[in-house]
Design a protein around this ligand. Structure first.
Ligand code: ZN
Length: 262
């Protein structure tokens, strides 16, 4: 087998395995469950899931999407999240299997796993788990200490926490409503150490604008209730996805966007 093919297969297998863990995070974090030591079991009949029933992607298909105990349908979320994470790994293939490339690959993958978890959990429960924000903050701070000047990091945090904090406070004073939640502000803070002051401002504007637009449209169409708390997390991580993984493309689009406004 050529090295190139081996890297592709290796990366995909790592991806679907991490995707399997993302599923565990999505299901257990909102309820405060143990994500590491607790054994997996069917949510309906509580039958323990054997190791061979827990193989990413494959198990879902040979179980034909049903629990082997009670025959209840297994959520399509499981193979879908595994597949998405596997495919993402094909976009960030390491050039070879030496330590620097593998380290970069793992960092990109772990940040993506956080984004994916936030995306699903915030839509379902309107919360962003503290553990995920904290993990992102630590990883991104370590990376940023290597890549950027300290001013990039410090100014990033000041803007990333200060700006949405002040806006939320003013909004609350004016209208008595809470726009952004604490989870959103913490997420901005975590991302800001990497994105820096300019990057985080772009993210705040784009995510708040697109979030309000999408949810506002859904309200007009009566798809969601009027007093629904807007989950900004999915929009924040969607914008951040392009900023992290396709920065050149993102900046090009931003330029066109700004030109068309002014
Ligand atoms: Zn079952």
């Amino acid at each position: 087998m050529s090295l190139g093919l081996f890297i592709i297969i290796f990366s995909f297998l790592v991806g679907i395995t991490v995707g399997s863990f993302v599923n565990v995070l999505i299901v257990r974090l909102p309820g405060g469950g143990d994500v590491v030591f607790e054994e997996s079991h069917c949510p309906k009949c509580k039958k323990a899931i054997r190791w061979y029933e827990n193989i990413p992607l494959l198990s879902y298909f040979f179980l034909r999407g049903k629990c082997s105990g009670c025959g209840d349908r297994i959520s399509f979320q499981y193979p879908l999240i595994e597949l998405i994470t596997g495919l993402f790994c094909l976009l960030i293939l390491p050039k070879d299997l030496t330590l620097p490339y593998l380290l970069t690959f793992s960092l990109k993958l772990s940040v993506f796993a956080c984004f994916l978890t936030i995306f699903v959990v915030d839509i379902r429960h309107q919360i962003i788990p503290n553990y995920i924000n904290l993990f992102l903050f630590i990883v991104l701070t370590l990376v940023s200490l290597f890549l950027f000047k300290w001013t990039h990091i410090v100014l990033g945090i000041l803007v990333g926490v200060g700006f949405p904090g002040v806006v939320t406070w003013a909004f609350y004073k004016l209208k008595g409503q809470i726009g952004l939640g604490m989870g959103d502000i913490k997420l901005y803070g975590a991302l800001s150490v990497y994105l820096g002051p300019m990057g985080i401002i772009q993210n705040i504007f784009l995510s708040c604008f697109s979030g309000s637009f999408v949810i506002g449209t859904l309200m007009l169409l009566n798809k969601v209730k009027k007093d629904t708390k807007i989950p900004f997390g999915p929009f924040i991580v969607l914008v951040a996805f392009f900023q992290f993984y396709y920065p050149d493309y993102f900046n090009q689009v931003m330029k066109v966007f700004l030109f068309s406004i002014f």
